[in-house]
Structures are given as C-alpha cells and as structure tokens.
Ligand binder design. Structure first.
Ligand SMILES: C[S@@+](CC[C@H](N)C(=O)[O-])C[C@H]1O[C@@H](n2cnc3c(N)ncnc32)[C@H](O)[C@@H]1O
Ligand code: SF4
Length: 441
C-alpha cells in the first residue's frame, strides 16, 4: 500500500469514489453467473432499483458517463423495447428466489428527461413491473433544456420525490468553454418548472475548477443556485478525463484552483444553512429526510436496468461494458439492443468480491461520508474490528484526517476535503492493478 505521506504529497483529486470497486476494475466473469441463483441468497427486503437512460442533447466536454448524444428516434424506440424485454427477464430471475422489496429507485443517465412524457411513462411502468410501489422514494436526473413541465409532471405524479438537475454554472461563457451550450435564462426557467412540479427534494449540481472560473463567477453560480433554496446541492470538482473533449485538448485542472473554489463553496453553503454530507454533497439543514424503508448503501443490493447500469449483490458487481468515445458507446449500445432474452438472464461482466473486498467496500463507502465508519455496524456485519482488518486506518488521526471515538471513525473537515485521495488510497492492490491495466474505448 502507498504510504499516506506519499498520497498527501500528490493531487488530492485522484478519483471520485461513488462505488467500490470502480467499473474499470470489471472484467468478463468466468463463468457467467445466472441471475436467479445470484440474487436468491441475497438480503432482498431493501433493494435499490436503477434505470439508465444513456442519451443526451450533447456530449459535454468534461463528461465520461456512458451516454450517446443526439440519438435518433428509432434508436430511442429500440432502446425502450429492449429495456422492456430486459425488465421482464430480470423480474423472472428475481422471482426464482421468492419475495423481494424495492426500497428506493432512481432514473439516471445521461439525461432521462431527453425522453418525452409518454416515453417516461413507459419507463415508470417498467419500474412498477419490477415491484416498485408508488410510495417508494425515487430520484430522477434532468438537464436545463429537458426539464419541461409535462415531463416533470409525469415524474412527480408517479412518485419522483427528488429531481436532480445538472447546472454546472450559471455563467454562459463557462458552459460554452466546456462544450455545453447553455443559457442561464433556460436554467432559471427549468428551476422554476421543477419547483412548480413540487418534488420534495430539488438537487442542483454545480462544478468548480472550470476553465476561466474565478471566485467572482463561482460566487455568482452559488448565489443563483441558493435563490431556489434547493434541499441538496452537489459541488463537483472538475476532473479532466481521458477521451473527453477537454482531455483530448490537453486541458488541465489544477489543485490550487479547485481547492480554493472548494473552500469558498463549502463556506458559502455552510453560512447559508447547509450541512456537508460528503466532499460533494450538501444538504439543507431544515430539509425533511426521505421516508420509506431504510436502505444501506454500503451493503444493500442494487438492480440496474438498461445499458450502462451497474448491479450489486454482496458478492458480485456487474454491468455492461463501458466506453466514452463515440464509436465505443455506439458499438456497446447496438450490441445491447440486439441481445436475446437469455443474455439478460446472466451476469457476464463485472467483479466478484471476496470477504476482504466486501469489508473494504463497506469501509470506503462509510468513511467518505460524514456519518463515518460505525464500529458496531461493521462488527455486526463482519464479526471483526475494522482497525484489525485495516491497520492503515491508524495513520489517519496523526495526520489530522480522522478522529477515532468509542463508536466510530470519522473524517475531520480536512479529511473530508481529501476524500478523493483517501478513497483510492484504501483500494486493494488487486483493484488498483486492474484499474491501471484497463484500456478505455
Ligand atoms: C448525469 S449528470 C447530471 C444530469 C444531466 N445529464 C446534466 O448534465 O444536466 C451527472 C453530474 O456529474 C457531474 N460531472 C460529470 N462529469 C464530470 C467531471 N468530469 N468532473 C466533475 N463533475 C462531473 C456533473 O455535475 C453532472 O451534473
Ligand atoms: S454532463 Fe449530463 S448532459 Fe452532459 S454529457 Fe454528461 S450526462 Fe450528458
């Protein structure tokens, strides 16, 4: 393992750890795992259901998500037809193991609201076919151009309680510089439309470290977002990633720029009554939290539907392959649309987590958010002590990055600001090797 001193000496923006292991550690599963038996042994009373809509109005210059810009109508129709087939196959596979319950749902992308109102109704019908009932919390991603009243109405009326909009910046020139043609006037129209639709939670994504962004323009974006009193705000540090337009241009995002804007953003949001949940996430202190069955993100299963979605059981994470370049995305999508039903009944590509990796996943996902690592919950789940399993945790406190209490290990504000370096520091040697060997298409 790399020493913590060495980690702290390099960039603090190593990787956004939204899942562990990262999808670049996935490989073909040999042999492929039939979904029925794979899910039969899982805890199934609080599953997360995710649907991926891999389409957008454009490919933004910073974005490496699995998405295809400006799809034609025939492609979207074919995608929804295949998504319908996949849903029925996956539902039958889950039924093999008996009863199960969906505790949360999300429609993400890409930009799900690129679909029209009728198409969104079809997607929601598929969630229902998977057993999602109306009262289950559901989040949907949208964008300024596609957050249209009729689409939002369909979503909120069918139970979406959280609408998350990517804004990135309220300064038109900053958006233009990252190939995201967007006008602040449209952003305001979209935000008003979301508030009018009345989901319980509005989330706004903003980015810092954009080319040309200054403390003044960042303040403009923060203040404009705060006018809507969103229940949640995500502040994303810009990453310049391979095969994106910014990456191909050789653009750079410096630590100095991002750290200064991070601290400014954090302080502005704190002063406005927001609580920092993780490096990126801020929640309004007086906002009600979602109701419904408790979902434990460190451990509970996720059923992903659609091309580009990931699925997690405790022992196996799986998905379709991933690409960023136009040809790579097109090939994966075309193959997925033509898959026969039998191919949807098995997991073919992913990562099998042994006992050590399951512990590591729990550790990383817990430690990087403000609740920290709950020692009793870890012991109850694994029958061992995190400090014995991961002796390197002892290095954090002397560096001022974490505090150890009787009940938990929690990052300090300094540690939280360095979450994108501390997460990768905790990756296993096997995951690091696989990620380094991965060739992106
Ligand atoms: C699925 S998108 C949000 C919804 C919608 N597609 C949109 O862009 O309006 C997810 C979010 O990830 C963030 N993001 C994507 N690529 C990023 C990058 N390279 N660096 C930092 N943040 C990034 C952006 O803030 C973006 O809003
Ligand atoms: S940031 Fe959003 S709109 Fe832009 S390419 Fe990525 S998913 Fe699509």
């Amino acid at each position: 393992m790399t020493s913590l001193d060495a980690v702290l000496a390099t960039t603090r923006y190593q990787s956004y750890v939204y899942a562990y292991p990262h999808k670049t550690a996935y490989r073909p599963l040999d042999p492929p795992r039939p979904l029925g038996p794979l899910w039969a042994g899982e805890r199934r009373d609080a599953l997360f259901l995710y649907v991926h809509i891999p389409f957008c109005e454009q490919r933004c210059g910073f974005c490496n998500l699995f998405t295809r810009p400006v799809p034609d109508t025939a492609l979207v129709d074919a995608y929804l037809a295949t998504l319908t087939r996949q849903t029925h196959v996956v539902r039958r596979a889950l039924d093999e193991g008996g009863a199960f319950a969906i505790a949360r749902a999300a429609i993400g992308g890409g930009t799900p609201t690129l679909l029209d109102a009728h198409q969104l109704e079809r997607v929601i019908a598929l969630l229902r076919a998977m057993g999602k009932s109306r009262g289950v919390p559901m989040s949907v991603e949208t964008s300024p151009e596609t957050a249209l009243p009729d689409r939002l109405a369909v979503l909120v009326e069918s139970g979406a309680d959280r609408i998350s909009i990517g804004v990135q910046s309220f300064v038109d020139a900053e958006c233009k510089a990252v190939n995201r043609p967007q006008r602040a006037a449209d952003v305001h129209r979209a935000l008003r439309a979301i508030r009018d639709a009345r989901p319980a939670t509005l989330n706004i994504d903003l980015m810092y470290g954009l080319p040309g962004q200054t403390t003044e323009t960042w303040q403009t974006s923060l203040a404009a977002a705060l006018e809507y009193r969103p229940e949640e705000l995500y502040l994303y540090p810009l990453y310049v990633r391979p095969l994106t337009t910014l990456g191909r241009k050789g653009a750079a995002a410096t630590d100095r720029h991002r750290v200064a804007l991070y601290e400014q953003g954090r302080d502005v949001l704190r002063a406005a009554g927001y609580h920092q949940v993780s490096l990126r996430m801020f929640r309004r202190e007086d906002a009600a939290t979602a109701t419904g069955p408790v979902y434990c993100c460190q451990d509970d299963g996720m059923i992903g539907l659609g091309c580009g979605a990931r699925s997690y059981t405790r022992a196996v994470h799986y998905s379709t392959e991933w690409a960023v370049g136009a040809r790579g995305v097109r090939d994966i999508l075309d193959r997925w649309i033509q898959r026969d039903d039998a191919a949807f009944a098995v997991a073919e590509y992913g990562f099998a987590l042994d006992a050590g990796e399951q512990r590591r996943r729990w550790l990383i996902l817990s430690l990087l958010s403000d609740d920290g690592l709950d020692l009793a919950a870890y012991r109850a789940r694994f029958g061992s002590d995190p400090s014995a399993d991961f002796p390197e945790l002892a290095e954090l406190a002397p560096h001022g990055l974490a505090i150890h209490t009787r009940d938990a290990i929690k990052l300090t504000p300094e540690g939280l600001g360095r979450a994108d370096a501390l997460g990768p520091w905790l990756y296993s040697a096997d995951v690091q090797r696989r990620m380094a060997e991965y060739e992106l298409a």
